[in-house]
Design a protein around this ligand. Structure first.
Ligand code: HEC
Length: 110
């Protein structure tokens, strides 16, 4: 029993600094999935299908559409983030360049 408690304490002690470290890293290398969840999923849907109420109201782009993926360049996606086409807000001031590129990578993974 005592060994078990010691093991648990050691595990907790080893895990905590690691969690802190991981969070520190995230703030440096932008986490596309977290940014997407915070800013984009409400309209474009968790999986990019725009199958949300706001996606429907705003006619947000289905980011999984293969035709759209093929016709759209990474620069087009950055452009959309900067300008905010139609009812999409502009993220020029809200997202840094590295955050925008992380989002491009994520959108490409849909
Ligand atoms: C308020 C709802 C809303 C939010 C929030 C939103 N979008 Fe959009 N988005 C739209 C709409 C509406 C369009 C379609 C505009 C059009 O018809 O060209 C669009 C279009 C796009 C396009 C396609 C642009 C093109 O050239 O075809 C991309 C890429 C995109 N959004 C990515 C994102 C990302 C990434 C985020 C989060 C940072 C985001 N959107 C947040 C509503 C939204």
């Amino acid at each position: 029993m005592q060994r078990y408690v010691k093991f648990l304490l050691a595990a907790v002690a080893l895990t905590f600094p690691y969690i802190g470290h991981a969070q520190q890293l995230d703030s440096v290398t932008a986490d596309g999935a977290a940014l997407y969840g915070k800013h984009c999923a409400k309209c474009h849907g968790k999986e990019g299908r725009a199958n949300t109420l706001r996606g429907w109201f705003t006619s947000a782009q289905d980011l999984t559409d293969p035709v759209w993926q093929a016709e759209t360049s990474d620069a087009d996606i950055i452009d959309a983030l900067e300008k905010g086409p139609r009812s999409m807000p502009s993220y020029a001031k809200k997202l840094s360049s590295s955050e925008q590129h992380a989002l491009v990578d994520l959108v490409r993974s849909f």
